[in-house]
Design a protein around this ligand. Sequence first.
Ligand code: PBG
Ligand code: ZN
Length: 319
Amino acid sequence: MYRFRRLRRDERIRAVMQETRLHPKDFIYPIFVIEGENVRNPVDSMPGVFQYSIDCLDEILDRVKEARIGGVMLFGIPACKDPQGSQAYARDGVTQRAVRHIREKYPEIYIVVDVCLCEYTSHGHCGMVRGEEILNDETLPYLVKMAVSLVEAGADMVAPSDMMDGRVAAIREGLDRAGFTQTPIMAYSAKFASAYYGPFRDAAQSAPGFGDRRSYQMDFANGREALREIRADIEEGADIVMVKPALAYLDVLKETALTFDMPLAVYNVSGEYAMVKAAAERGWIDERRIVLENLTAMKRAGAKIIITYHALDAVKWLG
Ligand code: PBG
Ligand code: ZN
């Protein structure tokens, strides 16, 4: 009989044997920036998460800086929405101004921007719309404009989350043409049409006005198709590929890690966060232990980068 318990005898040897260790640099923290002044709106379904106006951002940016995490991911919520989502690529759009603010005041913070139109369009879809159809190729130039304008404002990395076909190639070409050959693209490659995004759509005010996103986001039943999506984004020039959501898709994450020698990101999404928070508030689970277990599972499955609303708490708990 082999005695596995020899290497579990006490805390010292358990620490030596630990295969997966979380580090603050593993985490990217999402931040919601809203137009206006003196705004610090709590998001009801995401306890601990707020929408901040730019003049209130420093409160959270100070904590991000202190935690020395990998970076932030910005989501903008404009005052005005229109069918083309024009605030997404306006020079003085709320996200562009937030990026400039962070770039000036917090040079040490790595800024990732989510590139998608749904927070900016009046219909709430991630692309241009004709009737009830979400158009693919017509959407690409808008995504390119958005990516370029955010990088011009000072963003370090762009993360297209729209799931239009061909967006990575289009954005790569647009960035290169604008002289941003060194700006990486983190593609939301296998993004599933998921009920786990519910709380986010309250936070980002981005719920679709009609229909749903199933004509562009993936069917959650499809693991093999996820690998094809990932391969396509790699071929189009993605620097990092992402699987989203996290916990219900760790099989996809693991298979991606085994199949492709690419840096992997995973998005631990709003609904996953809300479920943990809700159970913890009732005293039904131990939040700290559950969160560290979940995040460790994501890293163990192959994630290099974990985008998570738990980032700042996790760093505190890691000590
Ligand atoms: C925008 C976008 C979404 C999320 C990230 N970028 C929502 C969606 O596709 O409806 C979800 C993030 C989360 O749930 O935390 N396309
Ligand atoms: Zn979107």
